[in-house]
Write a new protein. Structure first.
Length: 411
C-alpha cells in the first residue's frame, strides 16, 4: 500500500464562541476556513487544479455552515474550480476523520493530493434552533430504549463516578492545561501553523488565541459550580424524560458525582484547521517536502451510553496496525473534551502525563468541534519538530461513542 505524506499544517487562532463577544463571531465560517486553505496553498505553491479533494469536517452543517462548506470555502480561498470538496460529520472527530479519509484515498492509490481538516463556528451554531439534546431528539426517540445516550457533560460526570476520578483530579489537569498553553503561547510554539483571520475590509479579526485564561489555579477552579448538575433532572420532553432516567436505564443504581464545570471542560470557540496530504510520487514530482507520514489510522466505537471512552480502543487498534506499543509513542494529543477523557486514557494505557497535550489542550485553548482533530494534529507535528522527536498519536472522543485515531512519524 502506498504511503500518505503530510506536507504542511495550518490553523486559525481560536476565538471565543459567543456572538458579540468572540473576535471571529462576526466572520462568516466559510471565510474562517478559506483563510486556512488559502494560506496552505500559497505557502506551498500548490497547483489547486490538481487537488483531488478538499475534505472538511463540520459538526453543525446548518445555516452558514451548510451547503458543503468544504467546496464553498475552497472557492472563497481562490482554489481552481477543478478542485472538488465534501463535508462530513463525525461530531468532535470530524476534523481528524477528514484527514484519515484523505490519507486513505492516497494510500489506496486513487488520489495524489488532498487538503483535509475542519471548521466550526460555535458562535454561529448557538444562533440555530436547538432540540433538547444533540442525540436524543424527535428523530431518535427509538434510541432511548436501545442505547439511551445522555448529554456529553453528564457522560463525563458518569465516567468519573464509575472510575473513581475526583473533582481534584480533574481540576489539577485543567490548571496544568492552562499553564502549558500559557507557556506555549509566550514562547511562540504555535506560530508555525497559526494564520490570522481578516474581515472583508482588511482589518485583522483575530491573530492570537482568545480563549485561554492564564493564571488559572486549582484554588480558582475550586470555586466553579458543576455545569451539568441542574440539567440532570431537567425535563427534556412533555413525557417527563430526563437525563437521569436515561442514565438509570443502563446504570440503575449509580449516584453521579457532578464534578465537571466550565474550567475543566473544553471551551466553546470558533476556528479552523487543515493539512496537505500527498502521495510520495506527487510530492517528489512537485518539490513538496514532507513533514510527516501516516503510519496507521483507525476508528473505533465504544459504549454510546458513556459516549466518551472510544479513544482507548481507537489507539489500541492503531497501535496494533502499526505493530507498535504505546511506549513507542513520543508525543500524544488527546482532545480535552472533558478532563476525565485524557485522565482515563492515560490511566488505562499507563501513559506518562509529561508526553500528553504538552502545550495545553481544549480546556485552555477551546474545542471548535469540527476543526479540533486537524488543529491538534498540526500542533503535534510542530512540537515533534521542535523537540526533535519521531512518533506521535492523535485521538478524540466523539458523540455516539466513537473515536478516530492516527499515528504519524516525523520525516
Amino acid at each position: 500500500m502506498a504511503e500518505a505524506w503530510i506536507i504542511d499544517a495550518a490553523r486559525t487562532p481560536r476565538g471565543v464562541g459567543k456572538v458579540g463577544k468572540g473576535a471571529l463571531s462576526e466572520v462568516h465560517p466559510q471565510r474562517i476556513l478559506s483563510t486556512v486553505l488559502k494560506a496552505l496553498a500559497e505557502r506551498n505553491n500548490l497547483n489547486t487544479a490538481e487537488v483531488d479533494d478538499v475534505i472538511m469536517g463540520c459538526g453543525t452543517q446548518s445555516g452558514k455552515q451548510g451547503a458543503c462548506i468544504a467546496r464553498m470555502s475552497a472557492l472563497d480561498a481562490g482554489y481552481n474550480t477543478l478542485a472538488p470538496g465534501f463535508s462530513l460529520d463525525r461530531f468532535c472527530g470530524s476534523g481528524l476523520t477528514a484527514v484519515n479519509l484523505g490519507a486513505m484515498g492516497i494510500m489506496s492509490g486513487a488520489q495524489d493530493l488532498i487538503v483535509a481538516g475542519g471548521v466550526e463556528s460555535m458562535s454561529h451554531g448557538s444562533t440555530l434552533p436547538r432540540t433538547a439534546g444533540a442525540v436524543i431528539d424527535s428523530n431518535n426517540t427509538h434510541l432511548r430504549d436501545i442505547h439511551p445516550q445522555p448529554h456529553q457533560g453528564i457522560c463525563a460526570d458518569l465516567i468519573a463516578t464509575l472510575e473513581g476520578i475526583t473533582r481534584e483530579d480533574t481540576d489539577k489537569l485543567a490548571a496544568e492545561s492552562q499553564a502549558r498553553a500559557d507557556n506555549a503561547i509566550k514562547n511562540g510554539y504555535f506560530k508555525k501553523s497559526l494564520v490570522p483571520v481578516y474581515h472583508d475590509d482588511g482589518r485583522v479579526a483575530l491573530d492570537r488565541e482568545e480563549f485561554p485564561r492564564p493564571g488559572t489555579t486549582l484554588e480558582s477552579l475550586s470555586t466553579l459550580k458543576p455545569a451539568f448538575q441542574a440539567m440532570y433532572e431537567f425535563p427534556l420532553d412533555e413525557e417527563g424524560l430526563t437525563y437521569k432516567k436515561l442514565v438509570q436505564k443502563t446504570y440503575p443504581d449509580v449516584k453521579i458525582e457532578h464534578i465537571h464545570h466550565a474550567g475543566n471542560s473544553s471551551g466553546v470557540v470558533d476556528g479552523a484547521g487543515a493539512v496537505i496530504l500527498a502521495s510520495p510520487e506527487y510530492a517528489k514530482a512537485h518539490g513538496l517536502k514532507p513533514r510527516a507520514r501516516i503510519v496507521a489510522l483507525s476508528t473505533a466505537g465504544d459504549s454510546p451510553e458513556l459516549m466518551l471512552n472510544a479513544p482507548v480502543p481507537a489507539a489500541l487498534k492503531a497501535l496494533k496496525m502499526a505493530g507498535m506499543k504505546i511506549s513507542d509513542i513520543d508525543l500524544i494529543e488527546i482532545n480535552e473534551a472533558f478532563a476525565v477523557v485524557p485522565l482515563k486514557f492515560m490511566r488505562d494505557l499507563d501513559i506518562d502525563p509529561a508526553i500528553v497535550n504538552v502545550n495545553g489542550g481544549a480546556m485552555a485553548l477551546g474545542h471548535p468541534i469540527g476543526a479540533t482533530g486537524a488543529i491538534i494534529l498540526g500542533t503535534l507535528i510542530d512540537e515533534m519538530e521542535r523537540r526533535d522527536l519521531s512518533t506521535g498519536l492523535v485521538t478524540l472522543c466523539a458523540a455516539g461513542g466513537m473515536a478516530p485515531c492516527v499515528i504519524v512519524e516525523r520525516m
